[in-house]
Structures are given as structure tokens and as C-alpha cells.
Design a binder for this molecule. Structure first.
Ligand code: SF4
Ligand code: SF4
Length: 90
């Protein structure tokens, strides 16, 4: 299981600061990956990021609302297909 960021993310970066395994990455280029993403293979489901988000855009995968279901695959693709962690270098 993993936590998932949905498309209401406003890219303020608050969640990145608290993740103990550093698995949250800002989507880049922004026009292709317009929010932040959680690496599903590294997330330990600790939940520390959830209360940090000012817009409540982070959910355990099983609690993602139907309207945001596409975000689950989009988060996975960000790491499986790239740019993934390479986005941190740009
Ligand atoms: S649930 Fe924990 S490990 Fe997963 S992204 Fe949030 S802070 Fe990181
Ligand atoms: S704290 Fe919420 S709004 Fe800010 S970058 Fe993380 S998911 Fe996006």
C-alpha cells in the first residue's frame, strides 16, 4: 500500500519536509506533471505527510475518492516511467 497525492495539490512542498523516507517528489516538467508524487515502492504508509497538507490532497491509496482515482495510476507512472527521482535534479 502507499499514500497518494491527488490533483488538488498546490505544490507548496510542505509534505516533502516531513517524509522520513524522502519519497515525495515535485513533478517536473510542471506542464506534464503538475503536482507532487509519492513513490509507491518506498512509501511506508506512516501518514506523517497527511496533516501537513494545507489542501488535504494526500490519502492512503484505499481512501482515494472515486473522482480522484486516476491519481493512483498517475503517481505510479511518475516513478515507473519517469521522471521519478530525476525530477529532483532539474
Ligand atoms: S505516508 Fe509517510 S512515507 Fe508515505 S509519503 Fe507520507 S510521509 Fe512519506
Ligand atoms: S503538502 Fe499537499 S499541497 Fe503541498 S506539495 Fe504536498 S500534497 Fe501538494
Amino acid at each position: 500500500m502507499t499514500h497518494v497525492i491527488v490533483d488538488t495539490c498546490i505544490r507548496d512542498g510542505a509534505c516533502v519536509e516531513v517524509c522520513p523516507v524522502e519519497c515525495i517528489v515535485a513533478g517536473k516538467p510542471e506542464d506534464q506533471w503538475p503536482w507532487f508524487y509519492i513513490d509507491p515502492d518506498t512509501c511506508i504508509d506512516c501518514g506523517a505527510c497527511v496533516p501537513e497538507c494545507p489542501v488535504e490532497a494526500i490519502f492512503p491509496e484505499e481512501d482515494v475518492a472515486e473522482e480522484f482515482n486516476a491519481a493512483i495510476a498517475i503517481n505510479k507512472a511518475f516513478f515507473a516511467e519517469g521522471p521519478g527521482y530525476k525530477a529532483n535534479e532539474t
